[in-house]
Design a protein around this ligand. Structure first.
Ligand code: ADP
Ligand code: MG
Length: 539
């Protein structure tokens, strides 16, 4: 009599599991889809995407990382690819699309090898070797750049912005990006330090991108709290408060019973006296400008205005920190503790009108390493995209200076790397050779996509490009406007070395990681309802 086979469950209910080839292929497919999404945006002729969120808010952008973040991707392998874009953004600030499509293409090439029964461990080993070879070769190809090479730095900024919404104003923005980076970088023991927090970017819709302004100092999207306050203060002594200039204590809810109108008056008088005392403390410290992270009571506003003190309230934490850096002020959490030593200095604090709104300019600061760029643009969407383009340009100029190395883009460096890898592959035996060749093919996704997005025939372009590189024209790239081959270096398509090294390293690492996965165990979505929040009256 045959025994019945009992099914064995080792995983809890609701957990889905895919294994082996299915798991691997699913992950590859998901990652490739992510790459496919951003592919059409690459390069000067790349298209933009319009993303509408659940609130109906619209983003129009060409920026890889912005697209992927706004898409709220869920698939785990796809998310790993999105992470590449985020790392690229954090490390360099540009090259996000490049990194993602490179990862997609590496997986595409790997898939073809898997079809030929090359094992994934062989592929990952080959990819690792190829990635290292690329980095070495890149260092050899890279050209030096220093703070003094203004013309070169401007080209880097312009390359970062070609094809973005701010294209028309790219000369103005490139000048600003270079000026801003040069202003805030610091030479420290021969290495260059750059803190991007020192460059604050504010947006103000109106006028055109050409009117974008570079300000040495901090610009706040805030107005003076009271119309009676001075609009211009020279030799400002700045107090930074992260406590409210109010009496209300929102944590304690007290009731006062008043039986007699005189009592009411006494109570109000008392309140006024307390606020007056607070203003006295501010004045006694010697401050003539107050920036407060919390609220300022109407009565206090009135007293401050009467004493000629400029005040703005409800500042963002990041603005408070920027002001502290720029003016040298200490942020004070308890008004009683405010003293002269906490104050910062700025030559000028003034309120500037922009249409119906006002902004506060804090300039001629003690620390000249704080700058603000006020980005303008016809509509909020244009301003947003101009800001993203400018951020890319700033990131690229800073990255170029930090490693003092640049390479030429337009597909030049990728084609040269592919050529180098093919030669290197020949020196390897066995199946790893195939993986290195696959890596070389993947590098060509950059020139191929640039050509495709420009409406050129990718096969023709790639053939002429390779022919030029075979003739030792290392910087031969694609002129996306004429469809011809150009010397990308001479044409000024210059990018920081770091864009390429970071993109190649992270794309290769993620591709390897995805290839090594052969089992996906996913718990179901937790469907237990969130605990009910107590209602306001429950206390
Ligand atoms: P990413 O998010 O990767 O930075 P971009 O849309 O900014 O994507 O495109 C960058 C690519 O465009 C790079 O490969 C760069 O070399 C190329 N590129 C930039 N300017 C030009 C140009 N004027 N001609 C040809 N290619 C260019
Ligand atoms: Mg870019």
């Amino acid at each position: 009599m045959s025994k019945e086979i009992q099914p064995i469950f080792i995983l809890p209910e609701g957990v889905t599991r895919t294994t082996g080839k299915t798991a691997q292929r699913n992950n590859i497919m998901a990652a490739k889809l992510v790459a496919e999404t951003v592919r059409t945006t690459l390069g000067p002729k790349g298209m933009d995407k319009m993303i509408v969120d659940s609130f109906g808010d619209i983003t129009v952008t060409n920026d890889g990382v912005t697209i992927l973040e706004e898409m709220k991707i869920e698939h785990p392998a796809a998310k790993m690819v999105v992470e590449i874009a985020k790392t690229q953004e954090a490390e360099v600030g540009d090259g996000t699309t490049t990194a993602v499509i490179l990862a997609g293409e590496l997986l595409q090439q790997a898939e073809q090898l898997l079809d030929k029964n090359v094992h994934s461990t062989v592929i990952t080993k080959g990819f690792r070797l190829a990635g290292d070879a690329c980095i070495e070769k890149l260092k050899e190809l890279a050209q030096p750049v220093t703070e003094k090479d203004d013309a070169l730095l401007r080209k880097i900024a312009m390359t970062a912005m070609t094809g973005k919404g701010a294209e028309n104003a790219k000369e103005t923005l490139a000048d600003i990006a270079v000026k801003a980076v040069k202003k805030v970088i610091e030479n420290f023991d021969g290495s260059i330090l750059f803190d991007k927090n020192n460059i604050k970017i504010e947006k103000k819709s109106g006028n055109s991108v050409e009117d974008t302004e570079f300000v040495e100092g901090v610009v706040l999207e805030k107005e003076a709290v009271h119309p009676g306050m001075p609009q211009l203060i020279h030799n400002a002594k700045v107090a930074l408060l992260d406590c409210a200039v109010e009496i209300k204590n929102t944590e304690i809810d007290a009731k006062i019973q008043i039986t007699d109108p005189a009592q009411m008056q006494a109570f109000l008088d008392q309140e006024e006296r307390m606020l007056l005392k607070m203003v006295d403390i501010i004045q006694a410290s010697g401050a003539n400008v107050v920036f407060c992270q919390k609220g300022i009571d109407d009565v206090a506003q009135h007293f401050l205005a009467k004493r000629g003190i400029y005040a703005a309230r409800r500042l963002k934490q990041s603005d408070m920190e920027a002001l502290a850096r720029a003016t040298g002020a200490t942020i004070v959490s308890n008004l009683q503790d405010l003293s002269e030593t906490d104050l910062g200095k700025a030559g000028v604090v003034k309120e500037v009108k922009f249409g119906d709104d006002e902004m506060t300019y804090v300039t001629e600061c003690k620390n000249p390493k704080s700058v603000t760029i006020v980005v303008r643009g016809g509509t909020p969407h244009i301003t947003d995209e101009a800001k993203r383009a400018l951020t890319d340009a700033i990131g690229d100029v800073a990255a170029a200076l930090k490693s003092s190395s640049v390479v030429a883009g337009a597909g030049a460096v990728e084609t040269e790397l592919a050529k180098h890898l093919r030669k290197y592959a020949e020196s390897l035996g066995g199946r790893e050779q195939l993986a290195v060749e696959a890596f070389a093919n993947a590098m060509e996704i950059v020139p191929r996509t640039l050509a495709e997005n420009a409406g050129l025939d990718p096969i023709d372009v790639l053939t002429s490009l390779k022919a030029a590189h075979d003739k030792k024209q290392i910087w031969a790239g694609i002129d996306v406007f004429s469809g011809k081959i150009m010397d990308a270096w001479k044409q000024g398509v210059i990018e920081p070395l770091k864009i390429k090294t970071q993109a190649i390293t992270s794309a290769s690492e993620v591709a390897q990681m995805i290839l090594r996965i052969d089992d996906v165990i996913a718990s179901g979505k937790d469907r237990t309802p969130a605990p009910k929040m107590p209602e306001m009256g429950d206390y």
